[in-house]
Structures are given as structure tokens and as C-alpha cells.
Design a protein around this ligand. Structure first.
Ligand code: 3PY
Ligand code: MG
Length: 254
């Protein structure tokens, strides 16, 4: 059972980490830090399709559910990531019901969808029963983060075959004429986020959001999200480095 789906079935939220630095060593180490899932970001992170398979393997080996955000809502990339052992897909910039249907179709084998058969790594985890287990083994979130996505939300939510919505607060802020700051508390953005969360709940879909800190993640879970990302790897690394340098310098000046 997918760890994130198991949490959802138990009515609990999932906490995921965000990988921009495509290091196998770091991915395995982070995967052992208690995250429910770890996501390789192929849209804004440095990983490429060519180096994603070892990262997914390292994450699974480390004990977290391996997830990926595709660079775009491209069925060929989504199907390859599933074959490489991603058990969760986030697709950016879902703007229309047709985009959502393209996403849903890429996730499932016929007759439910259009996924092509060649599950190289999932077959090792699930054996010959993978075909029956495939749809449930994957969690899938469509990103709402544009003006079109907001305007077409009702039709996007009516599409079946994907689990829910993941809110991209930076792009959403830009779409609303606000600043794309991390953990943004701009009232216009927060009202839009609350509205998306409420409409996801009404449609029976899961909903999550990208957060840069535990405090913002707490706030979003309290607002109704059931999957939140927390501080991305590059931010953690640079925060820790800054603190270390500053503490060393402060000690030298004493
Ligand atoms: C956004 O905030 O727009 C995102 O896509 C998060 O990475
Ligand atoms: Mg975005």
C-alpha cells in the first residue's frame, strides 16, 4: 500500500520533502528522516529524466514513498516516471478539464486510462500482481496555480481518475497580482487558497499545498490540507550553512 494513501485512508495528513538537488546520497539520507514521501522536482529542481531513476530508488530504499513533479503535464514523462518507480505524481499548471483528463489518463492502464504497459521497477515491488495494484499504488495531484486553473476549477474537479489538487502558492500569487514570496500570508492569496480547499472538499478530492516551513504547513493542515510539503532541501542546506558560518564568526569575535 502506498504510504500516503494509507495515511489518507486513516484520515491523517501526509508530510513530504522536496528535492531540488539531485544527490543520491542526500536522497537516501533524507528518506530516512521521517518524511512520508520525498518528491524529486523535475520542473524547478536540477534533476533530469536521465538521473531520476537512481534518485527514486534511493528514496524507496531510505524508507519514504518516492514521488516526482513532472516538468509539464506530459503523458510520456508521467508514464516513464511510473515505470521508474515513482509512486506519486504532481503535474504543474493544470488549466482546464482537458488537462486534468490527460493527467488522469496517463496514470491508469486501460480500460480506465491510456497508460502503456512496461512497469520495470514496480514489478519488483509488487510482482505479477502489479497490474491489479497499479492504480491504488499511485497518488496523483494536479496543480492549481494559474488564473485559468482557478477559473476552470469546477470542471477540473469534476474529472475522475486523479486524487486531488496541489496548490502552488507562488504561481497562484503571481496569477492574482501578488508577490511570489515563500509562505505568503497575503490576505488575497490566503482567501484564494481557502476557496480552493473548500471546493476540493466539496468535490471529494484530496488537497495539498507547497509550504516552506513547518509553521505554514501546520496552518495549511488546520485549513484542511491533507498533504503538505515542508522546507525544500536547498533551503535547509543554505539555512544550516548560514547559521554555521554566523555562529563560527560570532565565536571568533568574542
Ligand atoms: C508554486 O508555488 O507555484 C509551486 O509550484 C511550488 O513549487
Ligand atoms: Mg508553480
Amino acid at each position: 500500500m502506498n504510504k500516503i494513501r494509507a495515511l489518507w485512508n486513516a484520515g491523517k495528513p501526509a508530510i513530504i520533502g522536496w528535492i531540488n538537488i539531485p544527490s543520491i546520497l542526500a536522497a537516501e539520507a533524507l528518506a530516512g528522516c521521517g518524511y512520508d514521501g520525498l518528491l524529486v522536482d523535475l520542473q524547478h529542481g536540477a534533476a533530469e529524466m536521465a538521473n531520476v531513476a537512481p534518485l527514486l530508488l534511493a528514496i524507496e530504499h531510505g524508507g519514504a514513498e518516492p514521488l516526482a513533479r513532472v516538468a509539464a503535464n506530459n503523458p510520456a514523462d508521467i508514464m516513464r516516471l511510473l515505470d521508474f518507480g515513482a509512486y506519486g505524481i504532481i503535474a504543474p499548471m493544470i488549466n482546464t478539464a482537458a488537462d486534468a483528463q490527460t493527467f488522469a489518463d496517463a496514470l491508469h492502464y486501460p480500460p480506465r486510462g491510456l497508460r502503456s504497459f512496461g512497469p520495470r521497477r514496480p514489478q519488483m515491488r509488487f510482482g505479477p500482481d502489479y497490474l491489479a495494484a497499479a492504480s491504488d499504488s499511485i497518488v496523483s495531484l494536479a496543480m492549481i496555480e494559474t488564473r485559468d486553473g482557478l477559473d476552470n476549477l469546477e470542471a477540473i474537479l469534476a474529472v475522475q481518475g486523479y486524487d486531488g489538487i496541489f496548490i502552488g502558492p507562488s504561481d497562484l500569487a503571481l496569477a492574482l497580482g501578488r508577490s511570489p514570496r515563500p509562505d505568503n500570508t497575503d490576505p488575497i492569496l490566503l482567501a484564494a487558497i481557502d476557496n480552493i480547499i473548500a471546493r476540493c472538499k466539496a468535490a471529494g478530492k484530496h488537497v495539498g499545498i507547497y509550504c516552506s516551513s513547518p509553521a505554514y504547513a501546520h496552518r495549511m493542515v488546520a485549513a484542511g490540507c491533507d498533504i503538505v510539503s515542508i522546507t525544500p532541501d536547498l533551503v535547509m542546506l543554505t539555512n544550516a550553512a548560514r547559521e554555521s558560518v554566523a555562529a563560527t564568526r560570532a565565536g571568533l569575535l568574542r
